[in-house]
Design a protein around this ligand. Structure first.
Ligand code: ARG
Length: 266
């Protein structure tokens, strides 16, 4: 009997530890007001959602987060970090929000909670202008560049692992633009639609881009939706973000901002 009780105690302790380490830090609205700032992590190589213009961090996500901070009555404290560190920083409580055109995926949902989706995208492939747009099958044995830790990275990695892209090499770069700048060394870059189109627009006709399709004409990956990431269980903060997102979608502001920053970029 004693043994069972102590075994149970050990289990309960372990579970509690696991629960807390798994959840990271939940910021209540009161916590955020006390801090006086909304700490947001982004990666600013991703126009039109976040990019540097005139030495300033601007973009759709920056404007949405400015509204969220206003609603909370605090300052926006936004940091430019490597994309592949953002979800972890949100999970651990270093960041209160991840706002970086982050695709909502089942896998990421194990680590963080997401706001309502605020826009959609699909995977595009960029090549030199004198090449044909490759299908997935054409990428077999080629060298592909992606932004490290993105859904493009995960997609190509999975295609290599399942044998579809046998002999293909995958290189991760800090930004999609850096991957595109390597297009002399590599054959193709895979990234999200609007970012791909902006990179091509700024390339002086030296690059081109289109949807990444399979040889049978089907898309290589399902369409993706972007959401803002918060630590699991951050219900109050999520409610404020969702209120802003819902308003900005209904008023057409999100699409207007996508257009505005699309024109501004490059
Ligand atoms: N939507 C893609 C993903 O979630 C790419 C996002 C990249 N964002 C950025 N700010 N660099 O993986």
């Amino acid at each position: 009997m004693k043994k069972i009780v102590s075994l149970l105690l050990i289990c309960v302790t372990l579970l509690t530890v696991l629960m807390f380490t798994g959840c990271g830090k939940v910021y209540t609205v009161e916590d955020i007001k006390k801090e006086g700032k909304l700490v947001v992590y982004t990666e600013a190589g991703f126009a039109p959602y976040e990019f540097i213009y005139d030495n300033k961090l601007v973009g759709v996500d920056v404007d949405v987060m400015t509204k969220v901070a206003e609603k909370l009555g605090v300052e926006l404290d936004i940091h430019d970090v490597n994309f592949d560190t953002i979800v972890g920083a949100v999970q651990s409580g270093k960041a209160m929000v991840g706002a970086a055109g982050i695709t909502i995926t089942e896998d990421r949902k194990k680590s963080v909670d997401f706001s309502h989706p605020y826009t959609k995208t699909e995977q595009y492939v960029i090549v030199k202008a004198d090449k044909d747009i490759p299908t997935v099958e054409d990428l077999k044995g080629k060298n592909i560049g992606v932004q490290q830790g993105t859904t493009s990275d995960i997609l190509v990695d999975n295609l290599i692992k399942d044998g579809t892209l046998d002999g293909t090499t995958l290189t991760g770069y800090n930004t999609p633009a850096l991957a595109a700048a390597a297009l002399d060394k590599i054959d193709a870059v895979v990234t999200d639609k609007l970012t791909a189109q902006i990179i091509v627009k700024g390339s002086n006709d030296s690059l081109k881009t289109d949807k990444l399709l399979k040889a049978d004409g089907n898309v290589a990956a399902e369409p993706e939706a972007y959401g803002y990431a918060v630590a699991k269980g951050s219900e109050e903060l999520l409610a404020v973000i969702n209120e802003v997102v819902d308003e900005m979608i209904a008023s057409g502001e999100i699409s207007a901002l996508e257009e505005k920053y699309n024109d501004m970029a490059n």
